[in-house]
Design a protein around this ligand. Structure first.
Ligand code: GDG
Length: 456
C-alpha cells in the first residue's frame, strides 16, 4: 500500500493532555491514527531560520516531522498572507483583508521551503495529501523541483464566490498554481461550484462536473465532507459523564438547563451574534430567566492577527453587559471561558447540555456540531441549533434546527423551540443525524479522498 504523506501548517502534538483545538488537526490526527503515515509541518516554534532543525517523533504508525519558522516567515506567511488575506477572504470578510507584497513573498517562500522538505522526504509512489489554505501553491513548487507524485489538496474552509475570490491580489497566479494538484477536495458542493465558476469565468478552464482542465493539465474536484468518529465520541462522553469536571459543571448549574457552544475564538464563528441571540431569549421569554445557563468555551486563537484582539474585547463587553443586566445572586446567564478543556471533558459537557448552539457566519464544515450530536445520550438527546452557513448544515438540515445567525429574533425562537422540544421529537431528530454521522464519518472522509487520489 502507498505511504501517505500529510502536509499541514501546524502538526498536532501526539501526547495526551495536549489536545488540538482546531478542526484540521482533530480531523487529520483522527484519520492518521487509523492508517498511519507521515505528518509534516511547522512545530509552532520560532527559530533563526525556517525549516531547521528538523525533528522526528514516532508514535505507533504515525511519524511527525516538524521544523520551526523564522520570525519573519511567521509574520509574513502565517500572520500575513495566510491569516490576513486568505482566511478572511475565504470567509467572505473582505473588510478584514490586509494585503502587503512582502507577506505574499513570504507565503511563497515558506511554500518553497515546504516543497524542498517534501522532496527530500518523499519516496516514489507516496501519496501526498496537503491540507488547507496555507499551501495553495505547494504542488506547483514541488513539480518545479521535478516531483512526479500524486498531490491532493483538501480545503477545510469554504471557497468564496468568484467576485470575492478576485479581491485577493494575484488571485489568478494562486489559482493557476493550485491547478498543479491532481485532486482538490472541498467540504460541500457549493464550494465546488464556486471554485469551478472562478476557473471557468476567469481563467478560461474547461470544466466538467468533477474535472477542470487548465493549459492541458487536468485537476479532479470532489466533495468530501469531513466527519467524526461517532462511536468513539459516544463512548468517550458516556465514560466521562461523571468525571470531576463534568460533576463540577452540573453542580454549578443546580439543575438548570444548559446551552453550550465551543469554538476557537474566531470572527467567522458568530460569537457576538450568538450572545445577542441568547440575550433576546431572556428578553422575550421571561420564563427562561434564572432557568437556563449558557456556557461558551472559546480558547483564544491567532491572538496576534488583525481582527482577533478587537473581537475578544467586543465579546468581553457583550458578555459583561448581558450578565450585568440579568445576573441574579444565584444565577449567571453567560459563563464565558477563554480556555480549552481536554477532549473527553468537552464531550461530557456536550452530553450534559440540552442545546448545542453553533452560529458561524461562514464555516467550511464545523466539527463541533457533529461532535455535539455524537456525544448525546440516545434515550434523552439534546437539540442542535445550527447556522445555515456551515458545511454541516448541508448534511444535518433534517435533524438540527437551522438558523440564520444574523436574525437575532429567529435565533431566540429556535432556542425556545429547542428548550421546549419533547423527548420523542428530540430522539427522532437525533437518530436522523446519527445516521448521517455514521455514513459520512471521518473514516469515510479519509478513505474516499485517498482512494480517489490513488486512483488518478
Ligand atoms: C476548520 C474549519 C472545519 C475546540 N475547543 C476545544 C477543542 N476544540 C475542538 C473541537 C473541534 C475542533 O477543535 C474545532 O473544529 P471546527 O470544525 O469546529 O472549527 P475550526 O477549528 O475552524 O476548523 C472548519 C474544520 O477545519 C475541519 O475540516 O470543520 O469549518 O474552519 O474538534 O472539539 N478541543 C479540546 N478543547 C477545547 O477547548 N480538546
Amino acid at each position: 500500500m502507498a505511504r501517505i504523506l500529510v502536509v499541514s501548517n501546524r502538526v498536532a502534538p501526539l501526547s495526551e493532555g495536549q489536545a488540538p483545538t482546531g478542526g484540521l488537526a482533530v480531523g487529520v490526527l483522527g484519520a492518521l491514527k487509523e492508517v498511519g503515515g507521515i505528518w509534516m509541518g511547522w512545530n509552532g516554534e520560532i527559530a533563526r531560520e525556517s525549516g531547521t532543525p528538523l525533528a522526528q517523533q514516532d508514535s505507533g504508525a504515525i511519524s511527525l516531522i516538524t521544523w520551526p519558522l523564522s520570525q519573519y516567515d511567521y509574520d509574513t506567511f502565517y500572520r500575513g498572507f495566510a491569516n490576513s488575506v486568505l482566511w478572511p477572504v475565504f470567509h467572505f470578510r473582505t473588510d478584514l483583508l490586509h494585503y502587503r507584497d512582502e507577506d505574499y513573498e513570504g507565503y511563497k517562500r515558506v511554500n518553497r521551503i515546504f516543497a524542498e522538505r517534501l522532496q527530500r522526504m518523499a519516496r516514489p509512489g507516496d501519496l501526498i495529501w496537503v491540507h488547507d489554505y496555507h499551501f495553495l501553491p505547494l504542488a506547483q513548487y514541488c513539480r518545479e523541483l521535478g516531483m512526479q507524485h500524486k498531490f491532493g489538496l483538501f480545503l477545510h474552509i469554504p471557497f468564496p464566490s468568484d467576485q470575492v475570490f478576485r479581491t485577493i491580489p494575484h488571485h489568478a497566479d494562486l489559482a493557476r498554481a493550485m491547478a498543479a494538484f491532481d485532486l482538490i477536495g472541498l467540504q460541500t458542493s457549493d464550494d465546488l461550484q464556486a471554485m469551478r465558476d472562478y476557473y471557468e469565468r476567469h481563467l478560461g478552464a474547461a470544466c466538467s462536473h468533477d474535472t477542470l482542465v487548465l493549459n492541458g493539465k487536468a485537476t479532479r474536484l470532489g466533495v468530501y465532507p469531513i466527519g467524526v468518529c461517532p462511536e468513539d465520541i459516544q463512548a468517550l462522553s458516556r465514560e466521562h459523564r461523571n468525571s470531576r469536571e463534568s460533576i463540577k459543571l452540573k453542580s454549578g448549574l443546580q439543575h438548570r438547563r444548559l446551552i453550550i457552544s465551543v469554538d476557537r475564538l474566531d470572527y467567522s464563528k458568530g460569537l457576538v451574534e450568538r450572545f445577542r441571540g441568547f440575550e433576546r431569549l431572556l428578553d422575550t421569554r421571561p420564563r427562561f430567566r434564572g432557568q437556563v445557563s449558557f456556557v461558551q468555551i472559546a480558547p483564544p486563537s491567532r491572538a496576534d492577527v488583525h481582527g482577533y484582539r478587537s473581537l475578544r474585547r467586543l465579546l468581553e463587553q457583550t458578555a459583561g453587559r448581558i450578565n450585568g443586566r440579568w445576573t441574579e445572586l444565584s444565577w449567571t446567564p453567560i459563563r464565558y471561558m477563554n480556555r480549552s478543556f481536554d477532549r473527553a471533558t468537552l464531550m461530557s459537557f456536550f452530553r450534559a447540555s440540552q442545546v448545542g448552539l453553533v452560529t458561524s457566519l461562514r464555516d467550511g464544515m464545523n466539527l463541533v456540531a457533529k461532535e455535539y450530536v455524537a456525544a448525546q445520550p440516545e434515550d434523552d438527546p439534546g437539540v442542535l441549533v445550527l447556522s445555515e452557513f456551515t458545511g454541516a448544515a448541508r448534511e444535518l438540515s433534517e435533524g438540527a434546527l437551522l438558523i440564520n445567525p444574523y436574525d437575532t429574533a429567529g435565533m431566540a425562537r429556535a432556542l425556545r423551540s429547542a428548550l421546549d422540544m419533547q423527548s420523542a421529537e428530540r430522539r427522532r431528530r437525533h437518530e436522523i443525524m446519527m445516521d448521517v454521522l455514521r455514513k459520512n464519518s471521518l473514516t469515510a472522509w479519509r478513505e474516499r479522498f485517498i482512494e480517489d487520489l490513488g486512483g488518478i
